[in-house]
Design a protein around this ligand. Structure first.
Ligand SMILES: NC(=O)c1ccc[n+]([C@@H]2O[C@H](COP(=O)([O-])OP(=O)(O)OC[C@H]3O[C@@H](n4cnc5c(N)ncnc54)[C@H](O)[C@@H]3O)[C@@H](O)[C@H]2O)c1
Length: 103
């Protein structure tokens, strides 16, 4: 349970609904992205990562999960691939995006 979610009692319904929505982190397996994933999960957000692993490894996401105790929803793919972006936005309840996919 994240710090923010622990404190949710007494907060209004709208704020709780926002915390139940997911944040897309492109390049989430990379250096800045993986640290961002930890902070977001520990703040109570669900995290969806899109990364083609051209400069990283899925191991960093396993470490994120080990640190936070929460699952990262991972899509392996390129940010230029419209099909995978379409699938992600269709399937996941994305409310905003942190874009770190780049070298
Ligand atoms: N690290 C820094 O100090 C720093 C400073 C200023 C700016 N930046 C910029 O911030 C961004 C992230 O930096 P970082 O240090 O975390 O780099 P990083 O290489 O560790 O992370 C980038 C991630 O994006 C992924 N990626 C790259 N191209 C992709 C694509 N086309 N589709 C999907 N995934 C892709 C890589 O596999 C990697 O996991 C980069 O654009 C970098 O130039 C970094």
């Amino acid at each position: 349970m994240g710090r923010k979610k622990d404190k949710i009692d007494g907060k209004d319904k709208r704020e709780k609904e926002e915390l139940d929505m997911a944040i897309l982190v492109t390049g989430g397996a990379g250096f800045i992205g993986s640290h961002t994933c930890v902070e977001l999960q520990e703040s109570g957000y669900d995290v969806v990562v899109l990364d083609n692993l051209c400069n990283s490894s899925e191991k960093s996401l396993e470490r994120v999960e080990a640190i936070t105790g929460k699952k990262v929803t991972f899509y392996k793919g390129d940010i230029l691939d419209r099909d995978i972006l379409g699938r992600i936005f269709e399937k996941e309840d994305i409310v905003c995006c942190f874009h770190f996919a780049g070298v």
